[in-house]
Design a protein around this ligand. Structure first.
Ligand SMILES: C[S@@+](CC[C@H](N)C(=O)[O-])C[C@H]1O[C@@H](n2cnc3c(N)ncnc32)[C@H](O)[C@@H]1O
Length: 593
């Protein structure tokens, strides 16, 4: 496959687009070849797509760029197809160098069953003592499980929806109204400060500078523009439905073809467009309509930048695409309703329902089987505890009855100069982002908070009750969350994490309060692991991805210590499961605590 670009500035965008489409087609070319029965003589075949630019931005002729490549190895049985994705860095500038990074990984047990009265509390699973089973983990940023992760166009489209729902930009129609009122009252565009709109004001003096004010204005205009764009696609999708309704209306007195023609003429008159222009737009708007119909309005409203292209080229418009979107409809709605409480008001413009369906914290809802509505979290524990409730915490809660004013996780007293240094990277740590230079887990510590982790509590189909599913990819080395709960001691016969510093042993219990890490199930082949980390002199337990794909269940190894005295069967389903054959087979996992 060869494509030619006239202008080098378009090359990269064109390459990305072609790479996406080519990668989907190359595989079927190879599969056709194999199915046709052609004898390729036990060879290694390579199929490559490249893009050539006639000249670069300086007018010089530019070289060929490899955008996709696939290998067919017929030396093995069955033949193996491997794929190299388009990588901008590789294609344009050579391989990006990612420096290895030292990490403290917990190689021993992480979760424990709190010992009963006859057991000793002596399993020091988390310890900051040197030489205690700590080793180094290297960060792999570009791969998952060491493999490139090809994503189909539909998967990328869905990724875009999740990223937009979880991005810091709130989709809120009141922003548009406030901006409009400000323009009306002063007769010209005016900067609304955060105080005027009731939002949190940044405490630093930067907020008072021209730059700070410009940041606020730019954010507001971006938000406004995004909201208007959402209104636009809602209206256009609804227009496609109204078009069909009008055709049906006219069909009462006209043959169907004539009715359609007349509807087009009516629309061309109102839009002042030629029929060709209208048909072009109609194709795209019908795409918006089909997305809203299958994935719900949230799928359309939060679709990322690729929406127009997705609907214009329609290369993925197959029934399977719409089934895929339909299966995620309620998942999108749970996230959209809880993170953007006012987004449904946008539907008011077409007379659609504006009432929120899912109220509360994103993890107050358990997403269920594809197509089913989400259920309130407490309901999923009623069979064990009719009064179940769960409080979502951002920070650990220290049990004052046990510890008083002391935080047992403290590993060092405040340095005389007040400056904490990271044990891992050696850089200065601070809760004040401009003063912080440690970027070990930037989504958890020291940076401006990026919002909640893109994960959902889901109903497992195999008897583990709930679990945690990733909405977006977590690259290997990325933090999924801190193990947050009640910092206590002396609990018995409950699931706890045991932590230990040089001087103290403590328990973290997530039974009634904590965060999303509480819902993570065990697997004998997990895709995440716990690492200990010290932030501002306090020990933290961080769940770190080993390469979690979007839509995959997040799992961790609870360890032998957890399972050894437990009368439970492991339901992880892995071929090398260590605890699937226990003395007693239970139909459903006992009450998670
Ligand atoms: C921390 S909770 C995990 C979330 C839990 N599934 C829930 O619904 O709340 C730990 C409990 O989940 C269940 N569980 C986790 N992993 C499991 C596995 N691989 N096999 C069986 N049960 C598991 C056990 O009941 C365990 O006590």
């Amino acid at each position: 496959m060869m494509a030619v670009a006239k202008d080098a500035s378009n090359l990269e965008e064109m390459a990305q687009d072609l790479a996406q489409r080519a990668s989907e087609q190359l595989k079927s070319v190879f599969l056709d070849l194999l199915n046709s029965g052609v004898d390729v003589g036990g060879k290694l075949l390579q199929l490559e797509c490249s893009l050539s630019g006639l000249r670069d931005s300086n007018g010089a002729s530019s070289s060929r760029m490899r955008i996709a490549s696939m290998e067919l190895d017929t030396q093995v049985s069955p033949p193996r197809i491997s794929w190299s994705p388009f990588d901008r860095q590789t294609a344009l500038t050579g391989l990006k160098h990612v420096p290895p990074r030292k990490r403290r990984k917990l190689t021993d047990s992480v979760r424990e069953r709190a010992p009963g009265p006859d057991q000793e509390l002596n399993k020091n699973v988390l310890t900051s003592q040197p030489g205690s089973g700590v080793d180094t983990a290297l960060r792999k940023e570009l791969t998952l499980h060491g493999q490139p992760t090809p994503r189909s166009t539909v998967e990328k489209f869905i990724d875009g929806i999740w990223q937009s729902i979880y991005s810091g930009i709130k989709l809120d129609p009141t922003e548009v109204i406030e901006q409009w009122q400000a323009i009306e009252s002063s007769g010209q565009p005016r900067l609304l400060t955060d105080t005027e709109t009731g939002s949190a004001v940044r405490s630093t003096s930067v907020a008072q500078t021209d730059f700070g004010r410009m940041n606020v204005l730019t954010r507001k205009v971006s938000q406004t523009s995004r909201t208007c764009r959402s209104l636009e696609v809602i209206v256009q999708a609804h227009w496609a439905q109204c078009f069909d309704d009008r055709v049906v209306e006219l069909t009462v007195s006209l043959p169907r073809e004539n009715a359609k023609k007349q509807t087009i003429v009516e629309a061309c008159m109102d839009f002042s467009w030629s029929e060709k222009e209208l048909r072009n737009k109609m194709g795209v708007w019908r795409g918006y309509h089909d997305i809203a119909l299958s994935g719900g309005w949230a799928a359309l409203v939060f679709a990322g930048m690729g929406l127009y292209r997705f609907c214009k080229y329609r290369s993925s418009f197959a029934s399977s695409t719409f089934e895929t979107l339909k299966a995620r409809k309620h998942r999108f709605e749970v996230a959209a309703d809880t993170l953007h409480p006012r987004w449904r008001q946008l539907l008011g413009i077409i007379g659609g329902p504006t009432e929120r369906k899912y109220i509360g914290h994103p993890h107050d809802w358990v997403v269920a089987s594809p197509g089913d509505e989400a259920v309130p979290l407490p309901e999923t524990y009623h069979q064990w505890d009719k009064n179940f409730s769960y409080t979502h915490l951002d920070e650990a809660n220290i049990d004052a009855d046990v510890w008083g004013a002391l935080d047992p996780r403290t590993v060092s007293s405040p340095p005389p100069d007040g400056v904490y240094t990271c044990d891992t990277c050696g850089e200065q740590q601070s809760d004040d982002p401009p003063a912080n230079h440690c970027s070990c887990f930037p989504n958890l510590y020291g940076s401006v908070k990026a919002g909640p982790a893109p994960v959902q509590v889901f109903r497992t189909p195999d008897g583990k009750n709930n679990g945690l599913v990733a909405c977006c990819t977590f690259e290997s080395g990325a933090a999924i969350g801190e193990f947050v709960g009640q910092i206590t001691s002396g609990l018995a016969n409950l699931d706890v994490m045991v932590g230990q510093t040089d001087s103290t042993t403590y328990q973290i219990w997530q039974g009634r309060e904590g965060n999303h890490t509480r819902f993570i199930n065990h697997s004998c082949h997990p895709n995440s692991e716990y690492e200990r980390f010290v932030w501002l002199g306090t020990q933290r337990i961080v769940l770190v991805s080993k390469g979690v794909r979007a839509e995959e269940e997040i799992t961790v190894d609870y360890s032998d210590v957890y399972w050894q005295d437990l009368d439970k069967v492991c339901l992880c389903g892995h071929a090398e499961c260590r605890y699937d054959k226990r003395s007693r087979i239970l139909p459903i996992a006992p009450a998670p605590t």
